[in-house]
Design a protein around this ligand. Structure first.
Ligand SMILES: Nc1ncnc2c1ncn2[C@@H]1O[C@H](COP(=O)(O)OP(=O)(O)OP(=O)(O)O)[C@@H](O)[C@H]1O
Length: 565
Protein backbone atom coordinates (compact mmCIF):
# COMPACT_ATOMS: atom_id res chain seq x y z
CA UNK A 1 0.00 0.00 0.00
CA UNK A 2 2.78 2.36 0.97
CA UNK A 3 4.72 1.46 -2.17
CA UNK A 4 1.63 2.10 -4.29
CA UNK A 5 1.01 5.44 -2.63
CA UNK A 6 4.69 6.17 -3.02
CA UNK A 7 4.59 5.63 -6.72
CA UNK A 8 1.44 7.70 -7.07
CA UNK A 9 2.93 10.54 -5.11
CA UNK A 10 6.27 10.17 -6.81
CA UNK A 11 4.66 10.49 -10.20
CA UNK A 12 2.28 13.19 -9.24
CA UNK A 13 4.77 15.42 -7.52
CA UNK A 14 7.15 15.34 -10.47
CA UNK A 15 4.66 14.80 -13.24
CA UNK A 16 2.55 17.84 -12.55
CA UNK A 17 5.71 19.91 -12.49
CA UNK A 18 7.49 18.40 -15.43
CA UNK A 19 4.91 16.90 -17.72
CA UNK A 20 1.80 18.83 -17.10
CA UNK A 21 -0.30 15.78 -16.34
CA UNK A 22 -1.02 13.58 -13.35
CA UNK A 23 -2.47 14.90 -10.12
CA UNK A 24 -1.34 16.40 -6.85
CA UNK A 25 -1.87 14.90 -3.43
CA UNK A 26 -2.17 17.60 -0.81
CA UNK A 27 -1.62 16.24 2.66
CA UNK A 28 -2.86 18.47 5.39
CA UNK A 29 -0.97 17.02 8.31
CA UNK A 30 2.37 18.77 8.38
CA UNK A 31 4.43 15.98 9.95
CA UNK A 32 3.21 13.37 7.51
CA UNK A 33 3.99 15.70 4.66
CA UNK A 34 7.50 16.26 5.93
CA UNK A 35 8.26 12.54 6.15
CA UNK A 36 6.66 11.99 2.73
CA UNK A 37 8.85 14.75 1.35
CA UNK A 38 11.92 13.22 2.90
CA UNK A 39 11.09 9.81 1.49
CA UNK A 40 10.36 10.98 -2.02
CA UNK A 41 13.33 13.29 -2.20
CA UNK A 42 15.54 10.37 -1.25
CA UNK A 43 14.34 8.37 -4.29
CA UNK A 44 16.77 8.34 -7.17
CA UNK A 45 17.38 6.29 -10.27
CA UNK A 46 19.68 3.93 -8.41
CA UNK A 47 17.43 3.21 -5.42
CA UNK A 48 13.99 3.27 -6.99
CA UNK A 49 14.22 0.88 -9.90
CA UNK A 50 11.47 -1.40 -8.65
CA UNK A 51 8.97 1.39 -8.83
CA UNK A 52 7.47 0.88 -12.28
CA UNK A 53 5.92 4.33 -12.36
CA UNK A 54 9.27 5.89 -11.63
CA UNK A 55 10.95 3.94 -14.42
CA UNK A 56 8.19 4.91 -16.82
CA UNK A 57 8.55 8.51 -15.75
CA UNK A 58 12.30 8.53 -16.45
CA UNK A 59 11.97 6.77 -19.77
CA UNK A 60 9.22 9.05 -21.00
CA UNK A 61 10.72 12.31 -19.83
CA UNK A 62 14.33 11.74 -20.69
CA UNK A 63 13.74 9.66 -23.80
CA UNK A 64 15.99 6.89 -22.61
CA UNK A 65 15.84 3.24 -21.64
CA UNK A 66 16.45 1.94 -18.11
CA UNK A 67 18.48 -1.11 -17.16
CA UNK A 68 20.21 -1.59 -20.49
CA UNK A 69 23.82 -2.63 -20.52
CA UNK A 70 25.96 -3.38 -23.50
CA UNK A 71 24.05 -3.31 -26.79
CA UNK A 72 21.03 -1.09 -27.08
CA UNK A 73 18.41 -1.32 -29.73
CA UNK A 74 17.54 1.61 -31.94
CA UNK A 75 18.75 5.04 -30.99
CA UNK A 76 17.44 5.11 -27.41
CA UNK A 77 20.17 5.83 -24.94
CA UNK A 78 20.52 4.43 -21.47
CA UNK A 79 19.02 6.40 -18.57
CA UNK A 80 21.56 7.56 -16.05
CA UNK A 81 21.08 9.84 -13.06
CA UNK A 82 23.24 12.26 -14.95
CA UNK A 83 20.69 12.70 -17.69
CA UNK A 84 18.73 14.61 -15.10
CA UNK A 85 21.69 16.21 -13.44
CA UNK A 86 23.19 17.21 -16.77
CA UNK A 87 20.06 18.80 -18.10
CA UNK A 88 19.42 20.60 -14.89
CA UNK A 89 22.99 21.91 -14.67
CA UNK A 90 25.40 20.15 -12.38
CA UNK A 91 25.52 22.53 -9.54
CA UNK A 92 22.21 24.34 -9.70
CA UNK A 93 19.23 22.02 -9.73
CA UNK A 94 16.95 25.04 -9.19
CA UNK A 95 17.58 26.38 -12.69
CA UNK A 96 14.46 26.90 -14.73
CA UNK A 97 13.64 24.22 -17.31
CA UNK A 98 11.62 25.18 -20.34
CA UNK A 99 10.14 23.22 -23.20
CA UNK A 100 12.44 23.71 -26.18
CA UNK A 101 11.59 23.92 -29.84
CA UNK A 102 12.85 26.38 -32.38
CA UNK A 103 12.27 27.01 -36.01
CA UNK A 104 15.32 26.77 -38.24
CA UNK A 105 15.18 30.51 -38.93
CA UNK A 106 15.71 31.65 -35.38
CA UNK A 107 18.61 29.95 -33.65
CA UNK A 108 19.30 32.71 -31.11
CA UNK A 109 17.38 30.91 -28.40
CA UNK A 110 19.78 27.96 -28.54
CA UNK A 111 22.37 29.98 -26.69
CA UNK A 112 20.27 30.97 -23.70
CA UNK A 113 20.51 27.62 -21.95
CA UNK A 114 21.67 24.04 -22.12
CA UNK A 115 19.52 22.03 -24.51
CA UNK A 116 18.79 18.35 -24.05
CA UNK A 117 16.25 17.12 -26.59
CA UNK A 118 13.03 18.97 -26.00
CA UNK A 119 14.10 20.54 -22.69
CA UNK A 120 16.26 23.62 -22.14
CA UNK A 121 17.84 24.52 -18.79
CA UNK A 122 17.97 28.31 -18.59
CA UNK A 123 21.31 29.96 -17.97
CA UNK A 124 20.17 33.31 -16.62
CA UNK A 125 16.42 33.59 -16.49
CA UNK A 126 13.49 32.09 -14.65
CA UNK A 127 11.13 32.79 -17.55
CA UNK A 128 10.02 30.37 -20.23
CA UNK A 129 8.55 31.83 -23.40
CA UNK A 130 6.44 30.56 -26.25
CA UNK A 131 5.93 32.26 -29.62
CA UNK A 132 3.08 31.03 -31.73
CA UNK A 133 2.30 32.00 -35.29
CA UNK A 134 -1.40 32.28 -36.02
CA UNK A 135 -2.25 30.34 -39.13
CA UNK A 136 -5.92 29.93 -40.09
CA UNK A 137 -6.88 31.14 -36.62
CA UNK A 138 -4.83 28.36 -35.04
CA UNK A 139 -1.60 28.90 -33.07
CA UNK A 140 1.36 27.00 -34.45
CA UNK A 141 4.47 26.71 -32.27
CA UNK A 142 7.27 28.84 -33.61
CA UNK A 143 9.61 29.02 -30.61
CA UNK A 144 9.59 27.40 -27.17
CA UNK A 145 12.62 28.27 -25.07
CA UNK A 146 14.08 30.12 -22.10
CA UNK A 147 13.68 33.86 -22.39
CA UNK A 148 16.66 35.85 -23.60
CA UNK A 149 17.09 37.85 -20.42
CA UNK A 150 15.40 37.90 -17.06
CA UNK A 151 12.15 39.76 -17.51
CA UNK A 152 9.04 39.85 -15.44
CA UNK A 153 6.93 36.74 -15.97
CA UNK A 154 4.50 36.66 -13.05
CA UNK A 155 2.25 33.87 -14.39
CA UNK A 156 2.90 30.23 -13.67
CA UNK A 157 1.05 29.14 -16.79
CA UNK A 158 1.73 30.48 -20.25
CA UNK A 159 -1.14 32.91 -20.78
CA UNK A 160 -1.30 34.23 -24.32
CA UNK A 161 -0.76 37.94 -24.68
CA UNK A 162 -2.85 39.79 -27.25
CA UNK A 163 -2.04 38.99 -30.87
CA UNK A 164 0.64 41.16 -32.47
CA UNK A 165 1.00 41.67 -36.17
CA UNK A 166 4.52 42.11 -37.46
CA UNK A 167 5.37 42.13 -41.16
CA UNK A 168 1.81 41.02 -41.87
CA UNK A 169 2.30 37.89 -39.77
CA UNK A 170 0.14 37.40 -36.68
CA UNK A 171 2.10 36.26 -33.62
CA UNK A 172 1.13 35.42 -30.11
CA UNK A 173 3.57 35.34 -27.23
CA UNK A 174 3.34 33.94 -23.72
CA UNK A 175 5.79 33.92 -20.79
CA UNK A 176 5.62 32.01 -17.53
CA UNK A 177 7.69 31.06 -14.51
CA UNK A 178 7.34 27.32 -13.81
CA UNK A 179 9.20 24.35 -15.27
CA UNK A 180 8.04 23.44 -18.77
CA UNK A 181 5.11 25.84 -18.41
CA UNK A 182 5.59 27.03 -22.00
CA UNK A 183 4.61 23.67 -23.46
CA UNK A 184 0.94 24.69 -23.25
CA UNK A 185 -0.49 28.07 -24.17
CA UNK A 186 -3.54 29.24 -22.24
CA UNK A 187 -6.11 31.29 -24.14
CA UNK A 188 -8.21 34.10 -22.75
CA UNK A 189 -10.78 36.15 -24.61
CA UNK A 190 -8.43 39.19 -24.56
CA UNK A 191 -5.73 37.14 -26.25
CA UNK A 192 -7.79 37.00 -29.40
CA UNK A 193 -7.95 40.80 -29.63
CA UNK A 194 -5.15 41.87 -31.93
CA UNK A 195 -2.92 44.70 -30.77
CA UNK A 196 -2.75 47.61 -33.18
CA UNK A 197 -0.05 46.99 -35.73
CA UNK A 198 2.93 49.13 -34.85
CA UNK A 199 3.27 51.70 -37.60
CA UNK A 200 6.24 53.98 -37.86
CA UNK A 201 6.24 56.92 -40.15
CA UNK A 202 9.51 57.64 -41.94
CA UNK A 203 9.98 61.01 -40.23
CA UNK A 204 9.27 59.49 -36.81
CA UNK A 205 11.89 56.84 -37.51
CA UNK A 206 14.45 59.47 -38.49
CA UNK A 207 13.78 61.54 -35.37
CA UNK A 208 14.09 58.45 -33.20
CA UNK A 209 17.36 57.45 -34.86
CA UNK A 210 18.80 60.94 -34.33
CA UNK A 211 17.88 60.86 -30.63
CA UNK A 212 19.41 57.39 -30.23
CA UNK A 213 22.66 58.38 -31.98
CA UNK A 214 22.95 61.55 -29.91
CA UNK A 215 22.30 59.73 -26.64
CA UNK A 216 24.76 57.00 -27.63
CA UNK A 217 27.51 59.49 -28.44
CA UNK A 218 27.00 61.35 -25.17
CA UNK A 219 27.09 58.08 -23.27
CA UNK A 220 30.35 56.97 -24.92
CA UNK A 221 31.94 60.36 -24.21
CA UNK A 222 30.85 60.20 -20.59
CA UNK A 223 32.27 56.66 -20.28
CA UNK A 224 35.64 57.69 -21.76
CA UNK A 225 35.86 60.62 -19.32
CA UNK A 226 34.98 58.37 -16.37
CA UNK A 227 37.58 55.73 -17.36
CA UNK A 228 40.32 58.36 -17.77
CA UNK A 229 39.39 59.88 -14.41
CA UNK A 230 39.43 56.46 -12.71
CA UNK A 231 42.87 55.70 -14.22
CA UNK A 232 44.26 59.00 -12.98
CA UNK A 233 42.90 58.49 -9.50
CA UNK A 234 43.74 54.77 -9.16
CA UNK A 235 46.79 53.71 -11.14
CA UNK A 236 46.60 49.91 -11.62
CA UNK A 237 48.38 47.83 -8.98
CA UNK A 238 50.30 44.75 -10.21
CA UNK A 239 47.56 42.58 -8.67
CA UNK A 240 44.74 44.32 -10.48
CA UNK A 241 45.86 42.69 -13.70
CA UNK A 242 46.43 39.23 -12.32
CA UNK A 243 43.04 38.24 -13.68
CA UNK A 244 41.70 39.73 -16.86
CA UNK A 245 37.97 40.20 -16.96
CA UNK A 246 34.65 39.46 -18.55
CA UNK A 247 35.37 37.15 -21.44
CA UNK A 248 36.17 33.47 -21.20
CA UNK A 249 39.22 34.20 -23.36
CA UNK A 250 40.70 35.91 -20.33
CA UNK A 251 43.97 34.62 -18.95
CA UNK A 252 45.81 35.05 -15.72
CA UNK A 253 49.13 36.84 -15.91
CA UNK A 254 51.68 34.69 -14.20
CA UNK A 255 55.17 35.44 -13.22
CA UNK A 256 58.00 34.78 -15.64
CA UNK A 257 60.48 32.51 -13.98
CA UNK A 258 64.17 33.27 -14.31
CA UNK A 259 66.08 30.11 -15.20
CA UNK A 260 68.95 31.30 -12.96
CA UNK A 261 66.66 30.82 -9.93
CA UNK A 262 66.17 27.12 -10.71
CA UNK A 263 68.52 24.36 -9.70
CA UNK A 264 67.87 21.24 -11.81
CA UNK A 265 68.70 18.02 -9.94
CA UNK A 266 67.54 14.84 -11.68
CA UNK A 267 65.22 13.68 -14.45
CA UNK A 268 61.95 12.28 -13.09
CA UNK A 269 60.05 11.68 -16.30
CA UNK A 270 60.15 11.84 -20.05
CA UNK A 271 57.20 12.28 -22.36
CA UNK A 272 56.80 12.81 -26.08
CA UNK A 273 57.21 16.55 -25.83
CA UNK A 274 59.31 17.26 -22.81
CA UNK A 275 61.73 16.06 -20.17
CA UNK A 276 60.68 16.61 -16.58
CA UNK A 277 63.29 17.41 -13.94
CA UNK A 278 63.10 17.50 -10.21
CA UNK A 279 64.63 20.77 -9.05
CA UNK A 280 64.73 23.52 -6.48
CA UNK A 281 63.11 26.91 -6.91
CA UNK A 282 63.13 29.54 -4.17
CA UNK A 283 63.92 26.88 -1.57
CA UNK A 284 61.09 24.47 -2.57
CA UNK A 285 61.20 21.23 -4.50
CA UNK A 286 59.55 21.63 -7.90
CA UNK A 287 59.13 19.81 -11.19
CA UNK A 288 60.53 21.60 -14.24
CA UNK A 289 59.09 20.54 -17.59
CA UNK A 290 61.58 21.40 -20.33
CA UNK A 291 60.28 21.57 -23.91
CA UNK A 292 62.84 21.59 -26.68
CA UNK A 293 62.61 23.97 -29.60
CA UNK A 294 60.36 21.89 -31.85
CA UNK A 295 57.62 21.70 -29.23
CA UNK A 296 56.98 25.39 -28.67
CA UNK A 297 53.34 25.02 -29.72
CA UNK A 298 52.76 22.30 -27.12
CA UNK A 299 54.43 24.49 -24.49
CA UNK A 300 52.20 27.42 -25.48
CA UNK A 301 49.04 25.28 -25.45
CA UNK A 302 49.82 23.83 -22.03
CA UNK A 303 50.79 27.21 -20.56
CA UNK A 304 47.54 28.68 -21.85
CA UNK A 305 45.51 26.13 -19.90
CA UNK A 306 47.49 26.61 -16.70
CA UNK A 307 47.07 30.37 -17.05
CA UNK A 308 43.30 30.28 -17.28
CA UNK A 309 41.63 32.05 -14.38
CA UNK A 310 40.58 29.91 -11.40
CA UNK A 311 42.82 27.02 -12.42
CA UNK A 312 44.23 26.62 -8.93
CA UNK A 313 42.58 23.51 -7.52
CA UNK A 314 43.58 20.58 -5.33
CA UNK A 315 42.92 18.18 -8.24
CA UNK A 316 45.16 20.04 -10.73
CA UNK A 317 48.93 20.23 -10.38
CA UNK A 318 49.93 23.67 -9.16
CA UNK A 319 51.46 25.84 -11.88
CA UNK A 320 54.21 28.13 -10.58
CA UNK A 321 55.27 29.89 -13.75
CA UNK A 322 57.05 29.57 -17.06
CA UNK A 323 60.30 30.71 -18.60
CA UNK A 324 63.08 30.04 -21.07
CA UNK A 325 66.56 28.60 -20.86
CA UNK A 326 69.38 31.18 -21.20
CA UNK A 327 70.07 30.50 -24.86
CA UNK A 328 66.36 30.76 -25.63
CA UNK A 329 66.21 27.35 -27.23
CA UNK A 330 63.97 25.63 -24.68
CA UNK A 331 60.82 26.58 -22.81
CA UNK A 332 60.06 25.71 -19.21
CA UNK A 333 56.98 25.12 -17.15
CA UNK A 334 57.55 25.01 -13.42
CA UNK A 335 55.10 22.92 -11.41
CA UNK A 336 54.59 21.72 -7.89
CA UNK A 337 56.43 18.41 -7.47
CA UNK A 338 54.20 15.36 -7.09
CA UNK A 339 56.23 13.21 -4.73
CA UNK A 340 55.09 9.79 -6.04
CA UNK A 341 55.43 10.72 -9.73
CA UNK A 342 52.89 9.39 -12.23
CA UNK A 343 49.90 7.25 -11.26
CA UNK A 344 51.31 4.56 -13.55
CA UNK A 345 54.63 4.35 -11.73
CA UNK A 346 52.81 4.52 -8.38
CA UNK A 347 50.51 1.59 -9.24
CA UNK A 348 53.46 -0.43 -10.59
CA UNK A 349 55.21 -0.10 -7.25
CA UNK A 350 52.30 -0.18 -4.76
CA UNK A 351 49.15 -2.09 -4.11
CA UNK A 352 46.52 -0.10 -2.28
CA UNK A 353 43.78 -0.80 0.24
CA UNK A 354 40.12 0.22 -0.02
CA UNK A 355 40.48 3.61 1.68
CA UNK A 356 43.49 4.61 -0.37
CA UNK A 357 41.85 3.44 -3.62
CA UNK A 358 38.75 5.49 -2.88
CA UNK A 359 40.95 8.49 -2.09
CA UNK A 360 42.82 8.14 -5.38
CA UNK A 361 39.57 7.67 -7.33
CA UNK A 362 37.80 10.56 -5.62
CA UNK A 363 40.62 13.07 -6.00
CA UNK A 364 41.04 12.07 -9.62
CA UNK A 365 37.31 12.53 -10.34
CA UNK A 366 37.34 15.80 -8.43
CA UNK A 367 40.13 17.09 -10.65
CA UNK A 368 38.31 16.04 -13.83
CA UNK A 369 35.04 17.50 -12.60
CA UNK A 370 36.74 20.82 -11.86
CA UNK A 371 38.57 20.85 -15.18
CA UNK A 372 35.27 20.28 -17.01
CA UNK A 373 33.39 22.89 -15.00
CA UNK A 374 32.17 26.15 -16.44
CA UNK A 375 32.75 28.52 -13.54
CA UNK A 376 31.66 32.11 -13.17
CA UNK A 377 32.82 33.71 -9.97
CA UNK A 378 31.93 37.40 -9.90
CA UNK A 379 33.08 38.51 -13.33
CA UNK A 380 35.85 35.94 -13.65
CA UNK A 381 35.22 32.99 -15.90
CA UNK A 382 36.88 29.60 -16.06
CA UNK A 383 35.67 27.86 -19.21
CA UNK A 384 35.42 24.06 -19.38
CA UNK A 385 38.58 22.32 -20.50
CA UNK A 386 38.68 18.91 -22.16
CA UNK A 387 41.97 17.22 -21.26
CA UNK A 388 41.99 14.83 -24.24
CA UNK A 389 45.05 12.89 -23.16
CA UNK A 390 44.22 11.17 -19.92
CA UNK A 391 46.44 8.23 -19.15
CA UNK A 392 48.04 6.94 -15.99
CA UNK A 393 51.22 8.76 -17.09
CA UNK A 394 49.39 12.08 -17.13
CA UNK A 395 47.97 11.80 -13.63
CA UNK A 396 50.34 12.39 -10.75
CA UNK A 397 50.21 11.17 -7.14
CA UNK A 398 51.06 13.46 -4.27
CA UNK A 399 52.57 12.45 -0.94
CA UNK A 400 49.14 12.55 0.75
CA UNK A 401 47.79 9.87 -1.64
CA UNK A 402 45.72 12.20 -3.80
CA UNK A 403 45.80 12.47 -7.58
CA UNK A 404 46.46 15.66 -9.52
CA UNK A 405 46.02 16.17 -13.25
CA UNK A 406 48.90 17.31 -15.41
CA UNK A 407 49.99 17.54 -19.06
CA UNK A 408 47.54 19.84 -20.77
CA UNK A 409 49.49 20.00 -24.04
CA UNK A 410 46.66 18.33 -26.00
CA UNK A 411 43.81 20.02 -24.12
CA UNK A 412 41.06 22.07 -25.64
CA UNK A 413 39.57 25.09 -23.92
CA UNK A 414 35.87 25.26 -24.67
CA UNK A 415 35.57 28.97 -25.31
CA UNK A 416 32.51 31.12 -25.07
CA UNK A 417 33.69 34.35 -26.67
CA UNK A 418 31.62 36.59 -28.86
CA UNK A 419 31.10 34.90 -32.17
CA UNK A 420 31.57 31.40 -30.81
CA UNK A 421 28.91 29.02 -29.67
CA UNK A 422 28.90 27.61 -26.22
CA UNK A 423 31.40 24.80 -25.74
CA UNK A 424 33.00 25.45 -29.07
CA UNK A 425 36.46 24.02 -29.52
CA UNK A 426 38.44 26.87 -31.03
CA UNK A 427 42.03 25.69 -31.35
CA UNK A 428 43.22 23.94 -34.47
CA UNK A 429 44.36 20.87 -32.56
CA UNK A 430 40.78 20.37 -31.45
CA UNK A 431 39.99 18.99 -34.86
CA UNK A 432 42.73 16.44 -34.79
CA UNK A 433 42.67 13.04 -33.16
CA UNK A 434 44.92 13.45 -30.12
CA UNK A 435 45.76 11.47 -27.03
CA UNK A 436 47.17 8.14 -26.01
CA UNK A 437 45.78 5.41 -28.27
CA UNK A 438 44.94 2.95 -25.50
CA UNK A 439 42.73 5.49 -23.70
CA UNK A 440 40.90 6.80 -26.78
CA UNK A 441 37.13 6.36 -26.65
CA UNK A 442 35.54 4.17 -29.31
CA UNK A 443 33.88 7.06 -31.12
CA UNK A 444 37.19 8.89 -31.50
CA UNK A 445 39.08 5.71 -32.49
CA UNK A 446 36.53 5.14 -35.19
CA UNK A 447 36.33 8.81 -36.16
CA UNK A 448 32.58 9.08 -35.87
CA UNK A 449 32.39 12.30 -33.83
CA UNK A 450 32.64 15.95 -34.69
CA UNK A 451 35.75 17.01 -32.81
CA UNK A 452 34.65 20.65 -32.94
CA UNK A 453 31.86 19.74 -30.56
CA UNK A 454 33.24 20.42 -27.10
CA UNK A 455 30.65 18.24 -25.40
CA UNK A 456 31.98 15.17 -27.30
CA UNK A 457 35.49 15.93 -26.08
CA UNK A 458 34.31 15.99 -22.47
CA UNK A 459 32.52 12.67 -22.98
CA UNK A 460 35.76 11.27 -24.39
CA UNK A 461 37.53 12.29 -21.17
CA UNK A 462 34.95 10.35 -19.15
CA UNK A 463 35.72 7.16 -21.06
CA UNK A 464 39.43 7.60 -20.25
CA UNK A 465 38.52 8.40 -16.63
CA UNK A 466 36.76 5.01 -16.45
CA UNK A 467 39.92 3.26 -17.59
CA UNK A 468 41.93 5.13 -14.95
CA UNK A 469 39.44 4.19 -12.22
CA UNK A 470 39.69 0.59 -13.39
CA UNK A 471 43.50 0.73 -13.13
CA UNK A 472 43.29 2.08 -9.57
CA UNK A 473 40.66 -0.43 -8.46
CA UNK A 474 42.62 -3.32 -9.99
CA UNK A 475 45.45 -2.51 -7.58
CA UNK A 476 43.22 -2.58 -4.52
CA UNK A 477 44.03 -5.64 -2.45
CA UNK A 478 40.74 -5.41 -0.52
CA UNK A 479 38.85 -6.14 -3.75
CA UNK A 480 40.52 -9.52 -4.31
CA UNK A 481 40.07 -12.81 -2.55
CA UNK A 482 42.95 -13.47 -0.21
CA UNK A 483 43.87 -9.78 -0.25
CA UNK A 484 46.29 -10.09 -3.17
CA UNK A 485 45.90 -7.68 -6.07
CA UNK A 486 47.33 -8.73 -9.46
CA UNK A 487 50.37 -7.09 -10.97
CA UNK A 488 49.52 -3.69 -12.46
CA UNK A 489 48.47 -3.80 -16.10
CA UNK A 490 47.44 -1.02 -18.46
CA UNK A 491 43.91 -1.14 -19.87
CA UNK A 492 43.65 -3.80 -22.63
CA UNK A 493 47.23 -4.92 -21.94
CA UNK A 494 45.99 -8.38 -20.99
CA UNK A 495 43.73 -8.67 -24.03
CA UNK A 496 45.74 -6.84 -26.72
CA UNK A 497 49.29 -6.82 -25.42
CA UNK A 498 51.71 -4.10 -24.36
CA UNK A 499 51.84 -2.43 -27.78
CA UNK A 500 48.32 -1.89 -29.01
CA UNK A 501 47.65 -0.70 -32.51
CA UNK A 502 44.76 1.28 -33.91
CA UNK A 503 43.20 -1.56 -35.90
CA UNK A 504 43.08 -4.02 -33.01
CA UNK A 505 41.66 -1.35 -30.69
CA UNK A 506 38.94 -0.35 -33.17
CA UNK A 507 38.01 -4.00 -33.61
CA UNK A 508 37.99 -4.80 -29.89
CA UNK A 509 36.66 -1.58 -28.37
CA UNK A 510 34.40 -0.22 -31.12
CA UNK A 511 33.09 -3.22 -33.09
CA UNK A 512 33.12 -5.84 -30.34
CA UNK A 513 32.23 -3.27 -27.64
CA UNK A 514 34.67 -4.95 -25.24
CA UNK A 515 36.12 -3.28 -22.17
CA UNK A 516 38.80 -4.24 -19.62
CA UNK A 517 37.62 -7.27 -17.72
CA UNK A 518 36.12 -6.87 -14.29
CA UNK A 519 37.32 -9.53 -11.81
CA UNK A 520 34.81 -12.19 -10.78
CA UNK A 521 35.79 -11.58 -7.15
CA UNK A 522 33.92 -8.28 -7.27
CA UNK A 523 30.65 -10.19 -7.65
CA UNK A 524 31.07 -11.45 -4.08
CA UNK A 525 31.70 -8.03 -2.56
CA UNK A 526 28.99 -5.74 -1.22
CA UNK A 527 30.31 -2.80 -3.26
CA UNK A 528 31.27 -4.91 -6.28
CA UNK A 529 28.04 -4.27 -8.19
CA UNK A 530 28.21 -0.51 -7.60
CA UNK A 531 31.82 -0.38 -8.82
CA UNK A 532 30.99 -2.42 -11.90
CA UNK A 533 28.02 -0.17 -12.66
CA UNK A 534 30.15 2.94 -12.19
CA UNK A 535 32.71 1.73 -14.71
CA UNK A 536 30.15 0.53 -17.27
CA UNK A 537 28.27 3.84 -17.00
CA UNK A 538 31.49 5.73 -17.74
CA UNK A 539 32.83 3.64 -20.61
CA UNK A 540 29.46 3.14 -22.26
CA UNK A 541 29.71 2.90 -26.05
CA UNK A 542 27.05 5.60 -26.28
CA UNK A 543 28.89 8.82 -25.28
CA UNK A 544 25.59 10.51 -24.34
CA UNK A 545 24.90 7.79 -21.77
CA UNK A 546 28.18 8.35 -19.96
CA UNK A 547 28.18 9.99 -16.56
CA UNK A 548 29.59 13.44 -16.00
CA UNK A 549 32.67 13.71 -13.82
CA UNK A 550 30.52 15.32 -11.11
CA UNK A 551 28.24 12.26 -11.13
CA UNK A 552 31.23 9.97 -10.87
CA UNK A 553 32.39 11.94 -7.87
CA UNK A 554 28.94 11.81 -6.24
CA UNK A 555 28.78 8.06 -6.65
CA UNK A 556 32.26 7.63 -5.21
CA UNK A 557 31.30 9.78 -2.21
CA UNK A 558 28.27 7.54 -1.59
CA UNK A 559 30.46 4.46 -1.93
CA UNK A 560 32.93 5.70 0.63
CA UNK A 561 30.24 6.38 3.20
CA UNK A 562 28.45 3.06 2.54
CA UNK A 563 31.38 0.64 2.64
CA UNK A 564 34.41 0.80 4.86
CA UNK A 565 36.92 -1.79 5.93
N1 LIG B 1 54.78 17.82 -11.35
C1 LIG B 1 55.38 16.64 -11.51
N2 LIG B 1 55.86 15.99 -10.45
C2 LIG B 1 56.47 14.78 -10.59
N3 LIG B 1 56.62 14.16 -11.76
C3 LIG B 1 56.14 14.75 -12.86
C4 LIG B 1 55.49 16.03 -12.78
N4 LIG B 1 55.11 16.37 -14.03
C5 LIG B 1 55.49 15.36 -14.83
N5 LIG B 1 56.11 14.38 -14.15
C6 LIG B 1 56.66 13.11 -14.69
O1 LIG B 1 57.07 13.34 -16.03
C7 LIG B 1 56.34 12.49 -16.92
C8 LIG B 1 56.09 13.22 -18.23
O2 LIG B 1 55.35 14.41 -17.97
P1 LIG B 1 54.28 14.95 -18.97
O3 LIG B 1 53.24 13.91 -19.18
O4 LIG B 1 53.81 16.25 -18.47
O5 LIG B 1 55.19 15.12 -20.27
P2 LIG B 1 54.75 15.06 -21.79
O6 LIG B 1 55.98 15.17 -22.62
O7 LIG B 1 53.71 16.08 -22.01
O8 LIG B 1 54.14 13.60 -21.84
P3 LIG B 1 53.15 12.91 -22.89
O9 LIG B 1 54.02 12.07 -23.73
O10 LIG B 1 52.22 12.10 -22.01
O11 LIG B 1 52.42 13.99 -23.60
C9 LIG B 1 55.09 12.11 -16.15
O12 LIG B 1 54.56 10.88 -16.59
C10 LIG B 1 55.60 12.04 -14.73
O13 LIG B 1 56.23 10.79 -14.52
Amino acid sequence: MFALLASVFDRSSYATRLCGYGFSVILKIHNIRLSFDRYFRSRSLSNNRRNVWFAEFWEENFNCKLGMHGKRPGSLKKCTECIFICITGQSSPQKRQCAFKITPVDKRFETVGFVNGSVQVCESTQCCVGYYRIINDQPRVEILACDFVEKSCPNDTCIAQPVQVLDNVAFMKCACNTDLCNSNITWTSESEEPLPTPTYSYSMGKKKAAVIILTGTLLVLWLIIMILKEKQENPPSPDAHSVSRLCSCQTRNTSEIDFADIELQQIVGRGHFATVWEGKYKGSMVAVKVFTEGWKHTFTAEKEVYELPLMKHAGIVNFLGSGRTPYESSWLIVLQLAEYGSLHSYLCKHTTNWMLSVKLCQSLSQGVSYLHSDLHIHDVHKPPVAHRDFSSSNVLVRADGTCVLCDFGCSTILRFCSGHHRFHATNMEAHAQLGTLRYMPPEILEGSVNLRNGWCLLQGDIYALALLLWEILMSCSDLFEGGVAPQHLLPYELELGADVNLESLIQYVFHMEKRPSIPKDWGLLPQGFVLQELLTDCWDCDPDARLTAQCVLNRLMNLQSSYSY
